[in-house]
Each structure stands twice: as structure tokens, then as C-alpha cells.
Design a protein around this ligand. Sequence first.
Ligand code: FAD
Length: 379
Amino acid sequence: MVDFMLTEEQQRLRELVCKFAQREIAPVAAELDREQRFSQEIVDKYYEIGLLHSAVPEEYGGAGLSSLEGCLVAEELAAACGGVASYLGANNLGLMPLLIGGSLELKQELLAKHCAGPNLAAFCLTEAEAGSDVASMRSTAKRVEDEFIINGTKQFITNGGVAGLYSVFASEQPELRHKGISGFMVPANTPGVSHGKKEDKMGQRAADTREVIFRDVHVPAHFRLGTGLDGFKIAMMTLDESRAGVGAAAVGIARAALEAAVAYAKERKQFGKPIAQLQAIQFMLAEMAMKVDAARLLVWRAAYLHDQGSRNTKESAIAKCFAGDTAMQVSTDAVQIFGGYGYMKDYPVEKYMRDAKLHQIYEGTNQVQRLVIANELLR
Ligand SMILES: Cc1cc2nc3c(=O)[nH]c(=O)nc-3n(C[C@H](O)[C@H](O)[C@H](O)COP(=O)(O)OP(=O)(O)OC[C@H]3O[C@@H](n4cnc5c(N)ncnc54)[C@H](O)[C@@H]3O)c2cc1C
């Protein structure tokens, strides 16, 4: 039998994060967006409630949340601010390759230190010429005795300028394309690591997004993940895991947009009555609610499968894609319901729309998700 009920513990977790997000994030969301400002203060406070390193098992100092619990958290954070949710979530994304491919020794060495404070990680896969086409990456890693020397420039990296630890993908054998890529962990204070200017973004502006540059960066050989040349697989496994959470954040934005639209429709009067009494508006709200609920269920299914140890490549792509498209549609409809006021920065819905757009682009564009789904169907 399918059970949609959350346990009491999960409900308490959701309430805790909801309260935190509404108290610490929502009141400053518009300001962080306007000023394009990253807030370390929020990271510190989130660390204090024990959730910053949520996906890291307790034995390494994390909160040890399941994928489903991570989705509950992501929805609440994103309902308060898509940008903040993105940079808090990107910490887990940056650590995931280490959790998947790191040796016990490397996990103990790096995670204990990272999780002992309000530190952020970042996931460095994308390059200027290698976005959807990851195998075209130009970053290289060369083994010299007991070290690897990494060279390359990663593009659009969330937490690029504020992370203390990077997971980095570079090719040991470029001619092998995706089969030549390896994953590495690189502490940000390693000589040769630097970052470019902060990107000036349409949405999710609280997140620090930058180029991260690696110039003759030496890391010990045991900082390589997996067995080597399996970096593409580790990156794809990371994304299979993270896509449910990204979908959950999209649900959070969509839910916030729906709630704002419902409240406004009840309050705004035209032709002598609240616009909520107009069937045209009611139908839009009903469509929005259907999409939010469907997106959440798809997200929960993808997370549930992961927690059961099942492969969820298709389901996580479906969840990420549907939830991202939902966030875009629902936030656009919310702007429509607000009319001219929706277009103004005095109201939150235009921010939801800008924040939502990124959900159709990062962690694999929604076109790429459709390719993944089709490939899985046609295997
Ligand atoms: C704000 C932001 C934060 C990000 N954070 C990170 C991060 O933390 N770490 C990281 O590694 N990356 C990050 N990214 C990168 C992101 O994952 C890429 O932007 C994304 O994968 C798309 O790559 P691209 O931008 O090069 O677009 P391209 O790959 O050039 O795509 C351009 C267009 O072509 C379409 N397209 C490409 N290939 C195909 C195909 N085979 N079939 C159909 N359509 C196709 C795409 O869907 C898109 O519409 C971030 C991006 C942004 C904007």
C-alpha cells in the first residue's frame, strides 16, 4: 500500500524548517535579492539548528536526513527564498560526490572538519564550453607521483566564492570523453584556486554564483574520488540524488506563489467584488494547485525510491523537470492574478517568477531531463 503520511518526526522537521525559514529568511529575502547579497548570517543560523549539512550521515557530523526529508526541508526553504534555498542546498550538492565516491579515510578527513562549522561546499562540473555536454570539458587532472595537478575553469558555480570545499570534475584522458573524467575534492585554500566576479543574475540573486579557476592546483592522490576515470558516473549519480531536492525547491517557490495569489485574489476587489469570485481567476488557482500537488508527489516518489536504494534516474528527471516547469507556470500565473501590481517589486510574485526560471536551467536543463526520461523509456 502507498502511504503518503509523514512520520511525526518528519512533520516536526518540516515545522522546524518552516518556522526557521519564515523567521530568518522570508523577512530579508527581498533585500538580499535587491542587493544581490549572500548572507553568511543565515548559514550560521542554519548551522546552529543542525541542518546545514543535512545530507551528511551523522557519523561524519551531519544531520543524516533521508532524501525525502531533504525534500521537505528544501520546499520550506525555497518557499521563503529561492536563492537562499539554492545556496544552502548547494552545500549538500558539493559534498555528495565525496559521499558517493570518497574513501572512508577521505570522508573522515574532510567531512569531520567541514561539518564542524557553518562551512559551505560547491559542485564544480560546468564549464564555459561544456554545459549540457559535460564530456566536452577542458579541465584536466594529471598524476605526478603522489599528487594530481588540476587545471581548468568552472563556470556558474553556486557558492563559487564562498565555499571552503569544492568537488571538481576534470579529465585525466580527454580523448576518452566522459570515460576520461575523474572527480576530486579540492579545499578552497589550496594554492592555485581562485574565483571570478560574481555573476549578476536574473533571479536567485542571494546565491553567490561565480567562475572557479584552478591553476596548477596540487591535491594529494587520495583526494581523487572513486577508482578514477569514473567521475562522470559519480557526477551523474550525484545529480540523480540531488534532482529530487531541486524539484522540491521548485515546489516551494510554486507553493509560495500560489499562496500569495490566493490571498491577493480574496483581497483585491474589481467590479465591486473580490476577484476570487471570478471564475476565470478560480480556474487559474485550481490549475495552479493541481500542478503544485502533482509536482510534490513526483518529488516525493523520486526521493522515496532513492531512500529505498532503488535506481531513480527516470523518476528524479521527471520530478525535477515537472516541478521546474510547474514553478515557472505557477509563478507566471501568480503575476497574472496580481495584474499590474504583480509586475512591481513591491509584491513578492515577480521574484518567484525570476527565481523559478532557474529551475528549468540548472542541474541539467529541462530539455536534458526530457532526453534522460526518453533514454530511460527506450533502453
Ligand atoms: C545560476 C546558475 C547556477 C548554477 N550552478 C551550478 C553549479 O553549482 N555547479 C555546476 O556545475 N553548474 C552550475 N550551473 C550550470 C548549469 O547546470 C548549466 O547552465 C546547465 O547545465 C546548462 O548548461 P549551459 O548553460 O552551458 O547551456 P547549454 O548546454 O549551452 O544549453 C543551451 C540550450 O540548448 C539546450 N540543449 C543543449 N543540449 C541539448 C540536447 N542534447 N538536446 C536538447 N536541447 C539541448 C539546452 O536545454 C538549452 O536550452 C549553474 C547555472 C546557473 C545559471
